[in-house]
Write a protein that binds this ligand. Structure first.
Ligand SMILES: Nc1nc2c(ncn2[C@@H]2O[C@H](COP(=O)(O)OP(=O)(O)OP(=O)(O)O)[C@@H](O)[C@H]2O)c(=O)[nH]1
Ligand SMILES: [Mg+2]
Length: 407
């Protein structure tokens, strides 16, 4: 939809999703923005429970539109019904014809479905550009599922140049829909929320050192942050990461994966020396290279001495500003000897949840008793994705705005 600045713009674009704009509450917002308070007041008077056709008649009266309301509003609904019948009967060619007619009559549902058919190549040659075109039409009318899909396509760069800002915009629009316009299910909504956090984290300006016992899931967590398999994950028997590895997503986000501790006393000494040297390292401007340290603990492990000693004896003494340390309990889906996790819903049952909360409190207490530091702790599962949004949010909330002082 063209940007509306004058009432004439509304008249010129009256066919293009005016109802959608009304339902989406953007029409009133725009009218108010451009100081058409009188029009805004009239539009606000319309009863939003009216049928599409009646809403359109009201809008036509207010804006003096020269449009045949009857043919416009009723026919798109009929066309949509026909399209759905053909689609249900797997007659995709005819479904395509009728969805196109309804989409051209500004049915957001039809536009979204048409986008989907172009995306999959159902009843038509697969055409991602057309998919983007129709998803955008529906998304601009406030259709949440189209907004979600557009977000995904911009995020992956499918049919369009990869654009994280656009992805963020459309995901956010999808999540912020009011309940009455929310045509995405809980799972899709959660996936939007997660992707918003992932994008925010990926856009961060941050050098983060990731430390922890061997097998705690440092490399797996890096893969979750990048949404890609960049770091080599171990098979759980031998330590996998043997030296400090750098993973850079763009100029600003750099993650440093360190070798895990707890394999042998001799190796631990060498690894700790490497970690300390990283914490003392300066960048080209003479500032400390590492901004934030993430300590990953395996929540399923009963023996956590290696982690406590790493935090209390190595990390805290080498970080003057303790609030630059984040502790994360990984593998929480198997924390209670593998019991209590619902893999279908990707969440713990109340017993496991209590267990995790208790573990979190006990880790905090243990660190406070040794180092007088009230640390930030989150639990998550890098493998199933459970609670990664909260975990990533914890990192985002603790991204320092200044570099560390090394002296
Ligand atoms: N069940 C479960 N397994 C996980 C999770 N995260 C990692 N793992 C597994 O734990 C093992 C070790 O994971 P890595 O990511 O290699 O651990 P690391 O901390 O990098 O290990 P090192 O490089 O040896 O220090 C692998 O088999 C992973 O698949 C998780 O959240 N849940
Ligand atoms: Mg590793």
């Amino acid at each position: 939809m063209a940007i509306i600045k004058t009432i004439d713009d509304i008249r010129a674009n009256a066919n293009e999703g005016l109802i959608g704009l009304y339902l989406d509450k953007r029409l009133v917002k725009w009218l108010k923005n451009y100081n058409y308070l009188d029009y805004a007041a009239q539009v606000e008077q319309i009863d939003c429970n009216l049928s599409r056709k009646d809403i359109f008649s009201e809008l036509a009266k207010i804006f003096e539109l020269n449009i045949d309301v009857n043919s416009l509003a009723t026919s798109s609904e009929e066309q949509l019904c026909k399209a759905q019948e053909y689609y249900d009967a797997s007659d995709y060619e005819n479904a395509m014809i009728w969805y196109t007619k309804a989409a051209e009559q500004y049915s957001a549902h039809a536009q979204c479905f048409l986008g989907f058919m172009y995306y999959c190549g159902e009843g038509v040659t697969k055409d991602l550009q057309q998919a983007i075109y129709w998803y955008t039409k529906a998304a601009e009318q406030g259709y949440a599922y189209a907004q979600y899909t557009l977000g995904f396509m911009y995020y992956c760069g499918e049919g369009v140049t990869k654009d994280l800002q656009q992805a963020l915009y459309w995901y956010t629009q999808a999540v912020e829909q009011g309940a009455d316009r929310l045509n995405i299910d809980e799972e899709t909504k959660n996936s939007c929320i997660k992707n918003i956090t992932v994008i925010k984290l990926q856009q961060a300006k941050l050098n983060m050192l990731i430390v922890g016992a061997t097998g705690s899931g440092k490399s797996t967590t890096i893969n979750a942050i990048f949404n890609l398999d960049v770091a080599t994950v171990g098979d759980g028997i031998d330590p996998e990461t043997m030296d400090i590895q750098k993973y850079q997503l763009h100029d600003n986000l750099v993650l440093w994966d360190t070798p895990g501790l707890g394999d042998s006393i001799e190796k631990d000494k060498q690894h700790i020396a490497k970690i300390v040297s990283m914490l003392q390292k300066k960048d080209t401007d003479g500032n400390a290279l590492i901004d934030l340290v993430l300590v990953i603990i395996d929540a399923s492990s009963r023996y956590m001495e290696t982690s406590y000693s790493l935090i209390n004896d190595t990390i805290i003494p080498n970080m003057k500003e303790k609030d630059r340390i984040i502790i994360a309990l990984n593998q929480c889906e198997i924390a209670m000897r593998g019991k209590g996790f619902d893999y279908d819903k990707n969440k713990p049952n109340p017993e496991l949840l209590n267990f995790l909360e208790d573990k979190l409190i006990s880790v905090k207490r243990r660190i406070y008793e040794s180092s007088n530091y009230d640390c930030n702790v989150a639990y998550y599962s890098a493998e199933t994705g459970y609670n990664v949004t909260e975990f990533f949010d914890l990192i985002i909330d603790n991204i320092p705005t200044s570099k560390r002082y090394l002296g």
